[in-house]
Ligand binder design. Structure first.
Ligand code: SAH
Ligand code: AVI
Length: 333
């Protein structure tokens, strides 16, 4: 079954769609217009993930400075058997699945335990999602793989599936949302859950600034290329005329807000034109914020869960408390 579910009822996305957008163009245009008209110009980080952006993120996960992926992988290797047997999950629904490389640990566990039969990766990056699904179909011929091309910041529908379901949001993707949007996202997940379903969250933990800033300012400049790619996406998708050579990458940790902020810094006074938005002036040194990456501790995760109607069941972390896997369920009032 070589198809990708779309958020549009009745429509199956073509396998090789190259657009980063799963929302109609006017939504992207409206979001970009709104973000660039704020005093601190801003772009939604979901627009990083066209085919190039998705590949650059994969490269980031292999960088020595970007410890997040390696630590989370180690935790998954330690905990998967327990997660799979204790939850009895028959379906794994993963939000923002990417290449699903770490997810294979969970899929192997589900197959070993004989509980699982369905994997539903959800991602906004349509072509990359189709590739991930294709690779997994070859590797796991006995698994039902049902990719869903959707934007998790909007309401989405899931195809019919068996329960119990393990919903997973890994890789610290929750960090890319501020408190209000993170709460909304978790509520949306909570809204899809049945009483026996569980939720697995991967969060990056608060730690010294030096270590965090190194992870977002790698020496090979891959994160800088990832950051600049968002402008390329706007040029292609919206016909904007950003001159990529006139921007540079900046990432820093805000210790008060407990988050990395990633910006694109304008090298000179310049005017960018985006059809349907018009001319946008940037002064030399002015920045566009392209991403936040919030860092958590247990109390902050607990507050987030409570606000979303969820409860922490288990908290697993590594020996240096760099990253945590949090298992949760619906909170009974
Ligand atoms: N879970 C993987 C990938 C994390 S990168 C890991 O742990 O390594 C973040 C992923 O979320 C990307 O694949 C990106 O395309 C996807 N993504 C980002 N914003 C999204 C959105 N609003 N809706 C759906 N997917 C999104
Ligand atoms: C996908 N997300 C959790 C990554 C992060 O760490 O916030 C994206 C990223 N940005 C720069 N490096 C990686």
């Amino acid at each position: 079954m070589n198809e990708v579910w779309s958020k549009y009822p009745g429509e199956i996305m073509p396998q090789l769609q190259t657009s980063v957008r799963s929302a109609p163009e006017s939504d992207m245009l409206a979001e970009v217009r709104e973000g660039l008209s704020r005093p601190q110009k801003e772009l939604a980080s979901k627009y990083f993930y066209d085919q190039v952006g998705s590949l650059l993120f994969e490269e980031i996960t292999r960088l020595p400075e970007y410890y997040l992926t390696a630590v989370e992988r180690k935790l998954l290797l330690q905990c998967t058997q327990w997660f799979v047997t204790s939850t009895g999950c028959k379906t794994l629904v993963e939000l923002g699945a990417g290449s699903a490389s770490k997810t294979r640990i969970l899929l192997d566990g589900m197959l070993r335990a004989g509980t699982g039969c369905t994997y539903m990766p959800i991602d906004v990056s349509a072509a990359f999602l189709a590739e991930t699904a294709g690779m997994l179909r070859i590797r796991y011929p006995d698994l039902r793989i049902m990719p869903v091309n959707a934007d998790i910041t909007r309401d989405f529908r899931l195809p019919k599936h068996d329960g119990p379901v393990l919903f997973a949001l890994l890789g610290s993707t929750i960090g890319n949302f501020d408190e209000m949007h993170a709460t909304r996202l978790l509520r949306r997940i909570r809204g899809q859950m049945q009483p026996l379903d569980t939720f697995l969250l991967g969060v990056d933990l608060r730690k010294p600034t030096l270590e965090l800033e190194a992870a977002y300012n790698d020496l090979q400049g891959v994160t800088a290329r990832f950051n600049l790619n968002i402008l390329q996406v706007l040029n292609r998708e919206l016909g904007a005329d950003f001159d990529l050579a006139a921007y540079s990458h900046r990432a820093f940790y805000d210790e008060h807000l407990h988050r990395i902020e990633m910006h694109l810094v304008s090298a000179r006074d310049q005017v960018v034109t985006i059809p349907g938005i018009g001319p946008i002036a940037l002064t030399r040194g002015e920045t566009i914020r392209s991403e936040i990456s919030c860092k958590y501790d247990r109390a902050a995760v607990q507050m987030l869960f409570e606000a979303a109607g969820l409860e922490i069941e288990e908290w697993h972390t590594d020996e240096h408390q760099r990253f945590a896997l949090v298992l949760g369920h619906i909170r009974e009032d």
